[in-house]
Design a protein around this ligand. Structure first.
Ligand code: ME8
Length: 718
């Protein structure tokens, strides 16, 4: 028998799973079932990645022994697989003895080969990714994936000579779809691989929850070396099963391509093991936000499966998302597909056919042949072709096209009006088509496929049986059972999205000439709170990590002061300086509300002037221009109107001045806990590049998204 090995990533059992984990398992399961249908013996592995700092800390936080902790959460992942009919052959936990044995074996092998050497590691570590980064990788000083704080590490370390295998790796990746799929991801990788590879630190001195290095037991191996090795542990490397099934196919998400396509593959090259295929699926987002355990954005797949059925969820995930691309989760769309495609199209086809067969034929399969009107539109090759090209969404569409042809055939032939040979011909055509449909659907919605074949009273066939006229006459059809009950449209009131109105921003050309730069954004539908513990923590960390005494000397701040001088305004007060003074006094950035705090910390870190206003309190559009002197301006926190100088520039709308220079925003438009839509700007000057202020804006928006939610729109400035 032909063999096929496929795996999912192994999940971190740091917390309960989310829909993204379910998606990966469903897609991999579908590919595994597809291969089985095509006559392969399939080894399908999944499991949990149990070691490392993240797990160690999560267990500590839960007050549990780490082994007890990972056992409990791994059981939840097993339940998830059961609930979704994931047909895995092996569920591995990296704490198992069989795994520790293989990890030690390969580390010894690499050491003996001279591909592991001792040194010292000094660098940056993200606990959430369990990955080392360089300064260059960071985005505004934060982890590029989680946008969380990173840790600086300096310790003794062993290194793997990854650089030695770069050339061989590039040649392999260039081979095409069999190395890394899809092409776009492959191209990105090849681009990154134009830079020389650095050797990889493969040990941790300060992390005890891991597998000790066999040649230096005081250190543990890094989580990724440990985790990636699972793929050969499950095949009992280097024994018989491994020889039979390797090389395999790894299905993973786009955040861990580097680990699989570079770290793992170079390790395998060093070990003289042939290279697996890496298939990269997209991310499931919720309203454009990545689902993430670390960031608390979670959709519970078990809840969805219990509410709508496992097959409805599987169908939605496989049909809605173009495989290889990111997709959005929407319960509304899941319900629509459940009702329209599963209950109406498929469910009704089965119900109508079986009812008619009961009425007209006494529930027995007649002796007839399939009508050409059905056999003609059916295209088996197209379905295979889509599956071979890794387009399950298109394969499903093709299958449902055939289902819809069957429904049209009932409507056109009106079998309830027919008798004798005629009705026998029509119903045989439909029953045999349903037999074929049950086979076609097996990889995608296995429970439904079983239910159909049970109602036809036949055993489920394989790909060879996908041809017409194989249904045996004389079979007594089984008991009818509804496949999918229609569900009500979401009863729960969807949260009303307050759509922000359109707004434009213009800057006086003279100010532009003097170097004034601006990036503006609107954040729609925020939830402003007084404070957020997470935000308080990073504010404190920011104050600790920057040298407050040097902020005032920054070129950026000088840029503003020069600008004021040029326009002839005497100005020694400065918003950032003010923040610095407050931070020096209290050791923290003032706590106003989660929007203002989200930008103040970036403002102080980068020396930039940042302001925000309640969009709904702004009348008309915003103009940055010179003051006339008679506008209404009441500075924040006061009740008194303030006189403006016509030399200074202001941000104004149709009614009031929103703020003057950098100094103070207006009372009228301030952001409060009732604010729904925020207008935000970052001011740059001749000493800041456009890129610098855009980056700052990105950092602010990430904070606001994290602590206040909302949808971001970056505005054009004219
Ligand atoms: O990365 N949509 O574990 P993990 C789709 N232990 N897929 C998602 C997703 C989302 N929103 N979020 C995560 C790890 N995933 C490591 C793997 S393998 C040797 C070690 C995917 O629990 C993610 O891309 O963070 C990965 O493939 C899998 O879920 C497990 O993620």
């Amino acid at each position: 028998m032909k063999k096929f090995y496929i795996s999912t990533a192994i999940d971190y059992p740091s917390a309960r799973f989310h829909l993204g984990h379910a998606y990966e398992k469903v897609v991999t399961d579908t590919l595994a079932r597809w291969k089985r249908l095509n006559g392969y013996e399939v080894y399908f592995s999944t499991g949990t990645d149990c070691h490392g700092l993240k797990i160690q800390r999560a267990a500590e936080k839960a007050g549990k022994d780490p082994q007890v902790f990972v056992d409990e959460i791994s059981d939840m992942f097993r339940d998830l697989c059961k609930e979704l009919n994931i047909s895995y052959t092996d569920f591995i936990m990296t704490t198992e003895e069989r795994h520790k044995k293989v990890v030690k074996q390969i580390l010894n092998k690499l050491k003996e080969k001279g591909d592991i050497y001792e040194g010292e590691y000094e660098g940056i570590y993200c606990q959430d990714c369990e990955t080392f980064y360089t300064e260059k990788d960071l985005v505004d000083g934060f982890c590029p994936v989680h946008k969380t704080k990173i840790e600086r590490v300096k310790e003794k370390s062993y290194f793997f000579r990854m650089s030695k295998y770069q050339k061989q790796l590039v040649e392999h990746i260039k081979k095409g779809d069999d190395s890394v799929w899809p092409e776009k991801k492959r191209a990105e990788l090849l681009n990154r691989l134009k830079e020389p590879l650095r050797d990889l630190s493969i040990s941790r001195e300060q992390v005890s929850w891991g597998i000790p290095l066999p040649f230096d037991e005081n250190l543990t191996t890094t989580v990724w070396v440990d985790a990636l090795t699972n793929y050969i542990t499950v095949l009992d490397y280097p024994n018989e099963k491994f020889k039979e099934f390797w090389p395999g196919t790894h299905v993973i998400g786009s955040d861990i391509i580097w680990h699989h396509s570079v770290i793992w593959k170079t390790m395998l090259l060093a070990l003289g093991i042939s290279l697996p295929r890496v298939i990269v699926h997209g991310f499931i987002n919720l309203d454009g936000e990545k689902l993430s355990k670390a960031r608390g954005i979670i959709i519970d797949p078990i809840e969805l499966a219990e509410k709508y059925s496992a097959d409805s969820l599987r169908y939605f995930l496989l049909r809605e998302i173009s495989f290889g691309q990111d997709g959005n989760f929407s319960e509304k769309s899941l319900i629509e597909r459940h009702n329209n495609e599963l209950a109406n199209e498929l469910g009704n086809l089965l119900q109508r056919t079986l009812s008619l067969a009961e009425q007209k034929l006494g529930g027995v399969v007649p002796n007839a042949k399939v009508d050409q009107r059905l056999s003609k539109p059916f295209d088996k090759e197209k379905i295979s072709h889509y599956m071979d090209k890794l387009e399950p969404h298109n394969a499903l569409q093709q299958i449902f096209f055939f289902i819809s042809e069957c429904n049209k055939f009932i409507n056109a032939t009106e079998p309830w009006k027919l008798e004798g040979k005629e009705v026998e011909g029509v119903l045989y055509s439909l029953l045999d088509s349903l037999r074929i449909i049950s086979i076609l659907l097996a990889p995608f919605v296995p429970e439904t496929s079983e239910k159909i074949s049970k109602q036809l009273n036949i055993s489920l066939g394989n790909w060879e049986d996908v041809k017409f006229n194989l249904l045996k006459p004389g079979i007594k059809l089984g008991e009818k059972q509804i496949l999918f009950n229609k569900v009500q449209k979401i009863e729960k009131k969807e949260e009303k999205i307050e759509k922000a109105r359109e707004i434009s921003v213009t800057v006086d050309p003279k100010l532009k000439k003097l170097g004034l730069k601006l990036v503006c954004a609107v954040i729609e539908n925020v939830k402003v709170k007084n404070k957020h513990e997470g935000l308080e923590k990073i504010k404190k960390e920011t104050v600790k990590s920057i040298d407050l005494d040097s902020v005032e000397e920054q070129k950026v701040i000088q840029g503003y002061l020069d600008l004021y001088k040029e326009i002839g305004v005497k100005q020694d007060y400065h918003a950032v300086k003010n923040l610095v003074d407050l931070a020096k006094k209290s050791g923290n950035i003032p706590q106003i509300n989660t929007v203002v705090d989200s930008y103040n910390l970036v403002s102080i870190e980068k020396g930039l002037i940042v302001g925000a206003h309640d969009l709904e309190k702004i009348s008309g559009n915003v103009r940055v221009t010179f003051a006339k002197g008679d506008e209404l301006y009441i500075p924040l926190g006061t009740k008194e109107k303030m006189k403006l100088d016509s030399k200074e520039y202001v941000f104004k709308d149709d009614a009031v001045v929103l703020c003057r220079l950098d100094v103070k925003q207006g009372e009228h438009t301030k952001v409060t806990n009732e604010t729904k839509n925020v207008f935000l700007y970052v001011q740059g000057n001749k000493n800041t590049s456009q890129e610098y202020i855009e980056k700052a804006m990105k950092q602010i928006l990430a904070n606001i998204e994290k602590y206040c939610g909302g949808k971001i729109k970056v505005l054009n400035v004219n």
